[in-house]
Design a binder for this molecule. Structure first.
Ligand code: NAP
Length: 258
């Protein structure tokens, strides 16, 4: 089979460890022949991400906290030296205070709300603004979202509201960047055990509830999300933009599951 991303350079933001959805995506991108650049957030994560990057044969590992404009600027200038163009960017980043993922939503603090929005939604806009000038041959920007954006999922709370803003941002960015042949999409993944999802109260109950009623009667494998990301980043996805693609064993179609 031909490699779907051969000749393309991909930047993947959001690998924290090998359970990260971004790690599965990065692995699939390498399998499909992409040249890979990873980022890490601050010194705390550097060693871990460098080790993972070595396993993946990534060409570079660069620092970037997406809430810091100077770090985004530095990332862009390092990327410019590394590669004439970036073809695919994956934004796999979110954060909310643990307290806001367990207590009633009505008790969300202003600071907690703004933090979740800044890291999990606004960062897609700043990443798009910073990196689109490097995507001179067009390309693809993909983010990760969750069903809690449109439905109430117990304890997802402030992150659901951030994902709603993220999905709306995908549509506005797709509209802005379409004339530069840059496509912007989100993958709505079913629940997957990762460092982030472990912060959500009763997350294992969500996994069980989904597996019981989803059409495929099982949870989502991160490799399935990764293959959808390959499709979106590849020329096979050339007509798809402004879209939310569900990779969730079909759970999103269920009304009442028994
Ligand atoms: P994860 O491994 O914890 O990934 C989250 C990543 O966000 C980490 O690499 C984290 O870095 C990074 N991050 C947080 N704040 C950042 C900042 N200011 N600058 C740069 N990076 C920052 O968890 P994950 O589940 O794979 O999450 C990836 C994406 O998938 C998120 O958008 C999440 O909402 C989405 N998603 C997850 C699920 C699920 O069930 N797991 C389902 C649907 C969608 P540090 O660890 O260094 O803080």
């Amino acid at each position: 089979m031909p490699e779907l991303l051969s000749g393309k350079t991909a930047l993947v933001l959001g690998v924290a460890n090998k359970w990260s959805i971004a790690y599965s995506i990065a692995s699939a991108f390498v399998r499909e022949g992409a040249s890979l650049v990873l980022t890490y957030q601050g010194e705390r994560q550097r060693e871990t991400v460098e080790e993972l990057a070595a396993d993946l044969k990534a060409t570079r590992v660069l620092n970037c906290d997406v809430t810091k404009p100077d770090e985004l600027e530095q990332l862009v200038s390092e990327l410019k030296q590394l590669s004439p163009t970036i073809d695919a960017v994956v934004h796999s980043i979110a954060f909310a205070n643990k307290d806001d993922l367990s207590r009633p939503f009505v008790e969300t603090s202003r600071d907690g709300y703004l933090l979740a929005q800044e890291v999990s939604a606004y960062s897609l806009i700043s990443v798009a603004r910073a990196l689109s000038p490097l995507m001179t041959a067009g390309g693809s920007l993909t983010t990760l979202t969750y069903l809690g954006s449109t439905r109430v999922v117990q304890n997802y709370n402030v992150m659901g509201v951030a994902k709603a803003a993220l999905e709306a941002s995908v549509r506005y960015l797709a509209s802005d960047l379409g004339s530069s042949k840059i496509r912007v999409n989100a993958i709505s993944a079913g629940p997957i055990k990762t460092a982030s999802s472990r912060g959500i109260k009763d997350f294992s109950k969500v996994l069980d509830a989904v597996a019981a009623v989803a059409p495929l009667r099982r949870n989502t494998d991160p490799a399935e999300v990764a293959d959808a990301a390959v499709f979106l980043a590849s020329d096979l996805g050339r007509g798809v933009t402004g879209n939310v693609l569900f990779v969730d064993s079909g759970f999103q179609i269920v009304g009442i599951g028994l």
